[in-house]
Design a protein around this ligand. Sequence first.
Ligand SMILES: C[S@@+](CC[C@H](N)C(=O)[O-])C[C@H]1O[C@@H](n2cnc3c(N)ncnc32)[C@H](O)[C@@H]1O
Length: 314
Amino acid sequence: MNRGDVILRPTPECRLPAEREGAPRLIEIGFGNGDFLVDLAQKRPEALVYGVEVSHMCLEKALSRVARLKLENVRLLCGDARFLVRECFADNSVERIYMSFPCPWPKERHARRRVTSEGFSGLLASVLKIGGVFEMATDEGWYADEVERILGAHAALKLAERRLNFRRDLTTKYERKWLDMGKDIHHLYIEKTALWSVPRMVEGSVEGMHVRIAPTVPVDLDLLDRTVTGQTGSAQGRHGEDSHWAFRGGFRAADGTLLEETICTDSGYEQKFYVKIVSKPECTLVKLDGVFAPFLTPAVRFAVEDAARRIQAR
Ligand SMILES: C[S@@+](CC[C@H](N)C(=O)[O-])C[C@H]1O[C@@H](n2cnc3c(N)ncnc32)[C@H](O)[C@@H]1O
């Protein structure tokens, strides 16, 4: 099996390849060392089991195991599950989502880093099928209370069950560790009860994102770089509370075009990419470089438009 068959890079429109029509779809968020994911895939060979993990190291380890065991029904996605699950999975398409021992981020100033933070209930309500379940395990009672309160309050979700120190058939590395230490384990089962949908952020494909500027004179690329990033070597912009971007400086590519290193965030989801500025006698094109093609989120779109605006305003 090829690496690319297991580690999925969604299309620029954030769609996953269509496959195994009708197969139940299961997701594990934050699969860590992959024990649970692999056991689940073996126990449910008829299902497609998606693992979503931010850590590249975890991803590589899980990939090795999946390849060694020749598991045909596992797909891995690398990145923040709050973004990938919402953007990659359609409404009413997932049977069950598992999350075991997510980092609870106990300090209030870190609360936004919790996977279950703002927007997570809408995401679950949207991608789960009716009757589908989000199953979470945690060793932190206060965190289980918080998740129960937030998710249980959503109009399309309800708490189906809460269990203490339940022994599941499948366990995770952390689960075994905390059980051995005699810690309490809280299991929450949140069920989807009604249709729900949330707006997706990614719209269209990066190939279509370019701004054409028709200057009266050919543009000097060094001047262009200083124009985009400013004299200090960096410039930034924002749109509302959620979209931020910054230009970090540029360099000339082998073909003579200018690449502006750019970083942006949309509601905390970070992407790095290059805005490409191609200067021709008849026009200047501002677009996205295809190598690190980001998903076309609002901040990416604004960054390209901002670079073009800075060039036109100089
Ligand atoms: C404490 S570990 C638990 C690992 C495993 N589930 C277990 O029980 O052994 C939490 C895992 O969640 C991953 N993680 C944290 N935030 C995440 C996010 N926003 N999206 C996906 N994975 C995340 C971390 O990289 C880490 O592997």
